[in-house]
Write a protein that binds this ligand. Structure first.
Ligand code: GTP
Ligand code: MG
Length: 137
């Protein structure tokens, strides 16, 4: 598909970077298919990040991702998954390229401002985790 899924994470929402980040995303040629503001419970965060459940940072990640409101968004563009990961930059902001969203707004390896799906398959699963079919245009 030509879709990807993103979430603006609690640190970036709390710091008031939502508008700036969406502006960068649209300027890079992505079209918003679905968007809302919501807050995960620790249980829902655990379900979203189930693939990471064996990783040492899993519990902290679920706590952090449920600590405040997030902005989940489905995006559309040619080559969406790969191009979006280029736009956000490396997981660790210390390694993120100049001009990427994480270089500009991430605070740490965990509080790294934004999520980006890592495959077409996961983009589909993650988008459908937050949005009904009738909310995707
Ligand atoms: P996402 O787009 O959020 O999935 O990030 P990613 O694909 O660049 O990283 P990955 O899927 O490996 O990890 C998911 C999230 O877990 C990261 O974005 C971080 O918020 C967090 N994370 C990853 N590695 C670490 C770590 O070593 N320590 C901590 N505390 N958090 C981590
Ligand atoms: Mg990932």
């Amino acid at each position: 598909t030509n879709k990807t899924f993103t979430m603006i994470k609690p640190d970036a929402v709390l710091d008031g970077h939502t508008g700036s980040i969406i502006k960068m995303i649209e300027a890079a040629g992505f079209r918003v298919v679905a968007l809302k503001k919501t807050q995960l419970t620790p249980e829902l965060a655990g379900k979203f990040y189930e693939v990471h459940k064996e990783r040492p940072f899993y519990n902290n990640l679920c706590k952090y991702m449920s600590s405040g409101p997030i902005i989940p968004i489905i995006l559309e563009k040619e080559n969406a998954v790969a191009d979006f990961r280029t736009l956000i930059g490396a997981t660790n902001p210390a390694n993120a390229e100049e001009g990427t969203i994480r270089k500009l707004y991430a605070k740490s390896m965990e509080a790294n401002a934004i999520h980006g799906s890592d495959s077409d398959e996961n983009a589909e699963i993650e988008g459908n985790f937050f949005f009904a079919r009738t909310e995707q245009f």
